[in-house]
Design a protein. Structure first.
Length: 369
C-alpha cells in the first residue's frame, strides 16, 4: 500500500479537497501568497468596459502595455518583453540559453529546475544559509560559480519561501562578478511590490548597466490576477530581447490582458493601500509568532513568512494537519531542499483569518506532547 505523504503547493485547493473532504471554497489559502485585497478596482472597471475587445486582436507590439509597465518598474519600455504569465518567459529564456550548468539559490520556487531540465540543461543547488538570513554572500557565491563553471544564476528576490530580499548593492556585487565570468543572472521579482521599499530594492534599473541581467515580474501575486496570465521580462541585452520576441508565439498575451493590464500599474491608490495593509499585518504576525514558544519566524520582507519549528516534538506535517482541520491551508515546507520537516510558510491574508491562524498555531504548540 502506498503510504507516501501527499504534497500540496499553494494553489492545490482541489487536491486538498480530494484528500481531506473540505470543499475548496471553504479553504483559506495561506499557501497561495496572493494579495488579500483582490483585484485593482481600476482593473475591474476596465475589464468590464472593454469586454467587447475580445472580438479583435491585441496590438502585436503591446506598446501601451509596455509603457505602463515601464512607468511601474522604472526601466525603459524597449527593454520589456511581455508574455502569457511568467511561466512562458521562463520557458523562452531556458529554451534559448540552454544553460549547461545553472546555479539555483535554494530553497526556492521549483519551476526553474523543471524548465532547465526540459531544455536539456543541468543545474545544481547553492544552499542559502539561515545564519546569513537566507541571503547569498557575493564573494562566496561568485567563487562557487567560477569553480562549478556555471553559465546561469537564478535568484528569486524576494525569495520564496524564505521571504528574504537582497538589496541592490548586494545584487550589483553579484552582477559585476557574474558579468566578468560570462554568467547570465536571472532575477525573479514576483514579490517585489510587497517589500517595504520596492523602488530601492528592485533590480530593474540595473538592466541599464548589466547586459547579463534579466528581471522577471508579473501580476499573479501583488495584483491578485493569476488568471490574467500576464508576465514581463526586463532585459539588459536588447539584442537578446529582440531574439526572444521573434521566437515568441504572436499574440501570446490575450486582448483583455493587453488592453486592461496596464491599468492596474497606474492604480496608485490600490498599490499604496496594498503595501500599507501588508506591512501592518506582516509586523503584527511576525511579533505574534515570535511570542509562541517553539516557533521562530524568519524576518519577512514579502507578503509571507517562513517559520522554523524549534520544538522537536512538532513537525511541519503536524502543524499542517492542525491548520487544515480548521480549513486553514499553510505550506508544509518539507519539500524544499534543506528545510525538511522543520519549517512552515504562510502568507498574510485578511486580518480575521490571520488571527485564526495565529490562534491555531499557538494552541497546537501549547498542546505539544
Amino acid at each position: 500500500m502506498n503510504t507516501a505523504k501527499p504534497v500540496f503547493h499553494g494553489s492545490d485547493l482541489e487536491k486538498v479537497e480530494a484528500v481531506y473532504g473540505i470543499p475548496a471554497k471553504d479553504i483559506v489559502p495561506f499557501g497561495g501568497n496572493v494579495n488579500p485585497l483582490g483585484l485593482s478596482p481600476m482593473l475591474r472597471e476596465s475589464l468590464i468596459a472593454h469586454i467587447d475587445d475580445i472580438t479583435g486582436y491585441p496590438d502585436r507590439e503591446y506598446t501601451a502595455l509596455r509603457e505602463a509597465i515601464s512607468g511601474h518598474v522604472g526601466a525603459p519600455a524597449d527593454r520589456i518583453l511581455v508574455g502569457s504569465g511568467a511561466t512562458e518567459l521562463i520557458s523562452l529564456i531556458m529554451q534559448t540559453k540552454r544553460p549547461r550548468q545553472a546555479c539555483i539559490l535554494e530553497p526556492t520556487y521549483s519551476e526553474y529546475r523543471r524548465e532547465i531540465q526540459l531544455g536539456g540543461g543541468t543545474c545544481y543547488d547553492y544552499l542559502l544559509e539561515e545564519g546569513l538570513g537566507f541571503l547569498p554572500d557575493p564573494a562566496r557565491l561568485l567563487e562557487d560559480l567560477a569553480a562549478r563553471k556555471a553559465d546561469l544564476l537564478i535568484m528569486c528576490n524576494p525569495n520564496n519561501p524564505t521571504s528574504s530580499c537582497a538589496d541592490r548593492q548586494r545584487l550589483s556585487s553579484i552582477l559585476e562578478g557574474a558579468q566578468k565570468l560570462g554568467i547570465l543572472v536571472f532575477v525573479d521579482e514576483t514579490y517585489i511590490e510587497f517589500t517595504p521599499d520596492p523602488e530601492a530594492l528592485t533590480a530593474a534599473p540595473l538592466t541599464n548597466t548589466y547586459a547579463n541581467l534579466v528581471v522577471l515580474g508579473g501580476v499573479s501575486k501583488f495584483f491578485a490576477a493569476p488568471g490574467l496570465r500576464l508576465g514581463y521580462g526586463i532585459f539588459g541585452d536588447l539584442k537578446w530581447r529582440e531574439e526572444l520576441k521573434d521566437m515568441q508565439n504572436p499574440w501570446s498575451v490575450h486582448t483583455l490582458a493587453a488592453t486592461c493590464g496596464g491599468v492596474m500599474f497606474r492604480d496608485r491608490d490600490y498599490i499604496l493601500r496594498s503595501r500599507s495593509y501588508i506591512a501592518k499585518e506582516r509586523d503584527r504576525c511576525y511579533e505574534a509568532v515570535k511570542a509562541i514558544p517553539g516557533l521562530q519566524p524568519v524576518p519577512p520582507r514579502a507578503n509571507f513568512m517562513l517559520v522554523k519549528i524549534t520544538d522537536p516534538r512538532v513537525t511541519s506535517g503536524r502543524l499542517f494537519e492542525a491548520c487544515i482541520s480548521r480549513g486553514l491551508m499553510i505550506r508544509d515546507c518539507s519539500t524544499f531542499p534543506a528545510l525538511g520537516d522543520r519549517y512552515i510558510r504562510f502568507c498574510f491574508l485578511k486580518e480575521e483569518d490571520n488571527t485564526r491562524l495565529l490562534d491555531t498555531l499557538r494552541e497546537t504548540m501549547e498542546s505539544a506532547v
